[in-house]
Write a protein that binds this ligand. Structure first.
Ligand SMILES: [Zn+2]
Length: 221
């Protein structure tokens, strides 16, 4: 019924003409950009092997896991900056509202009073809160992306036993894939349910009028 689209998996062997990839140096335990397959590590000068064994894989993956954990801690710190910034922003805007005061006792038109304490507090809240919020968002996005790349690369190294993971898909494309997969599964389940129901009602039809259920027999009790 549904046409299966061939899943494009990263090709086993990449061409030298491909875009620069990042490689993991098993000695430095860090990624670097290589222009062609097997470029030398800029730090130690060694050319990473194309495929690896357990002795190389285990310490490398362990160090990548540690790096991911460190990034998760930094992301959490960034999240608290984000939340604090949001709170300060809200306070700032509340005080900005409060710094509007009537022009005089006779004129009730409200104007902003830059000299008032409320205005100073609101400016502090908006400036500090805004800075903390922007900083928190930027750091959180950066570390989240880093964690995703590390996890993607760990999976690649573990499954392929190679050191040249391709680009990590963006979070949005992953979310889209996830959602569309869920939706397709939902449609499949619905189709199966419908087919089951149709089969049941057909069976009931074939059996003719179903005998009067037990419930009516016992209803007199
Ligand atoms: Zn190296």
């Amino acid at each position: 019924m549904e046409k299966k689209t061939p899943n494009k998996k990263p090709t086993e062997a990449r061409k030298a003409s491909d875009k620069p990839l990042h490689y993991y140096c098993p000695d430095c335990k860090k990624a670097f950009i290589g222009k062609a397959k097997g470029d030398a590590c800029p730090t130690c000068g060694k050319v990473p092997p194309e495929s690896i064994d357990q002795d190389i894989r285990t310490p490398l993956v362990q160090s990548l896991h540690r790096e991911a954990t460190a990034n998760a801690d930094k992301r959490d710190a960034a999240m608290s900056f984000l939340v604090l910034g949001a709170i300060f922003l809200v306070i700032g805007f509340i005080f900005l509202q409060l710094s509007y005061k009537p022009v005089s006792q006779t004129d009730s038109t409200k104007v902003i009073r830059p000299g008032s304490l409320e205005f100073v507090v609101s400016m502090l809240g908006i400036v500090l809160g805004g800075a903390a919020f922007v900083y928190g968002v930027a750091r959180a996005v950066y570390h989240t992306r880093k964690i995703r790349v590390l996890h993607h690369d760990i999976d690649y190294i573990n499954s392929k036993m190679r050191l040249d993971p391709g680009p990590t898909p963006l979070l949005v494309s992953d979310l889209y894939k996830n959602l569309s997969l869920r939706f397709r599964n939902y449609l499949k389940i619905r189709a199966v349910e419908k087919a089951n129901q149709a089969a049941k009602s057909k069976e009931a039809e074939r059996a003719g009028e179903p005998p009067i259920g037990d419930s009516s027999l016992h209803s007199g009790e």
